[in-house]
Design a protein around this ligand. Structure first.
Ligand code: NZQ
Ligand code: ZN
Length: 393
């Protein structure tokens, strides 16, 4: 096990109706004025917007609103949010939504306290030294941003989707009521499930040795996610299954499942280029790219993929044919993604093989000539992985 530091300061408040207490929780933070940040309207349709307003009013909390965050959030609204916070002397940001809203809130939180252009953080020209506190009411289990240090924003005019991270951006609190996720369309439920599984794979696929406890936690979280997903497909309002998915999404990315080992994240990089070029749903892009990445790197460490196949996907042991077992694990992963309605090739995701050079061009800007921890990949390898993700291969 490698040395590690694990830091997760967020208070997670989980269960039925918990979001009604958001006003009281904010009161504990001694806030003067809150920015209520949200997305494209789902919270107005399912009543959460009214719940939040009621809870804020009950505690006499002053607030301003900024809605309109779109999936794959863009820099334009971040600039608007920074300006609004400064004008209104906002001292706390409440993000009500999913990864896109939370990430937009985090970028605003860092930007308000910085004299330069907030994009400098995403260009990695500087790091976050100070930020407004952010609190969350989570509406979609997926990105894990409610417990993570990361934010991912797209610079719209350059088509660049980039992440940055700082422990200062970890939310102060996160409310999660699984019932709030009943109104999610199946597409977003499934994309969220793929994303949290991908966060686990990015930690599972490692060359760090002797991290058995973390391995088993990762494996049991994957198994629990798949079991719950199969319940939700036929019974979308099954509270226990939704609750499993909600909590799994959080622990998949707050850091607890990455301790003592080197993490990967190459596939996220490959996916971000799909989101940037096609405005593709992040989880759908990962469903396309992960099996291809796994197939391509299978022989880097056949035992790792053999273990995944047998412990998570129930492939019977066959020590004489490890490669076959390992491959069967990936085949079963593809089968699961299809079962929950996710695309598993570029074409199924409405992406084009002809665009691969464009993806590579942007990948080069974002990642350089080579990248990866489990194994070092070049841009030629990345091209081959995109080609593998094409059903024409
Ligand atoms: O905008 P509204 O109308 O709210 O609709 C949203 C949106 O269209 C809808 N939705 C959310 N909750 C709902 C609901 N619809 C009905 N009922 C509800 N309860 O779902 C759609 C997707 O929302 P979004 O916030 O985009 O989803 P997600 O949580 O998957 O976030 C995706 C973003 O997070 C980034 C991704 O790259 C992507 O930009 N990521 C952030 C990470 C982080 N900060 O740590 C890590 C991840 O790897 C990821 O990269
Ligand atoms: Zn992700």
């Amino acid at each position: 096990m490698d040395n590690f530091k694990f830091y997760s300061p967020t208070e997670f408040i989980f269960g039925k109706d918990v979001e009604q207490e958001v006003g009281k929780r904010l009161k504990q933070e001694n806030v003067t004025k809150v920015l209520f940040h949200y997305g494209g309207g789902s919270i107005k349709r399912n009543g959460l917007y009214d719940t939040v307003i009621k809870s804020l009013n009950e505690e006499n909390i002053d607030f301003v609103e900024l809605g309109g965050v779109k999936p794959n959030p863009i820099d334009g609204l971040v600039y608007d949010g920074i300006e609004l916070c400064r004008k209104e002397s906002v001292d706390f940001i409440l993000a009500v939504g999913g990864g896109s809203v939370i990430d937009s809130a985090k970028a605003i939180a860092a930007g308000v306290k910085y004299d330069g252009d907030f994009w400098d953080f995403f260009d990695h020209k500087t790091t976050v030294k100070e930020a407004l506190p952010v609190g969350v009411i989570l509406t979609i289990p997926a990105a894990g941003s409610e417990g993570s240090s990361a934010a991912v924003i797209t610079k719209e005019d350059e088509g660049l989707k980039r992440g940055m991270g700082s422990d200062l951006l970890r939310p102060v609190f996160s409310f999660s009521n699984p019932e709030l996720t009943y109104s999610l369309p199946m597409w977003h439920t499934a994309a969220g499930i793929v994303d949290m599984m991908a966060h686990i794979f990015e930690r599972y696929i490692t060359k760090s040795e002797n991290v058995v406890l973390t391995d088993r936690l990762l494996e049991s979280t994957l198994v629990s996610i798949m079991e719950a997903a199969r319940v939700i497909i036929t019974d979308p309002e099954n509270y226990e299954a939704r609750a499993t998915i909600c909590w799994a999404g959080t622990i998949a990315h707050n850091g607890i499942l990455g301790v003592g080992r080197e993490e990967e994240w190459t596939t996220h990089g490959l996916e971000h280029e799909l989101s940037a070029l096609y405005d593709m749903t992040h989880g759908a892009g990962l469903a396309v790219m992960f099996p291809a990445y796994m197939m391509y790197t299978l022989n880097e460490d056949i035992d790792r993929y053999y273990r995944l196949a047998t412990e998570v996907f129930g492939v019977p042991h066959d020590y004489e044919h490890k490669e076959r077992v390992a491959e069967e694990g990936i085949v079963r992963l593809v089968g699961f993604f299809n079962e929950i309605g996710m695309p598993t090739s570029l074409e199924e995701a409405d992406a084009k093989k002809e665009d691969i050079p464009k993806l590579i061009e942007k990948l080069k800007i974002n990642k350089g000539e080579s990248f990866g921890n489990f194994t070092t990949l070049t841009l030629d390898d990345a091209r081959a992985i995109y080609e593998l993700a094409s059903e024409e291969e």
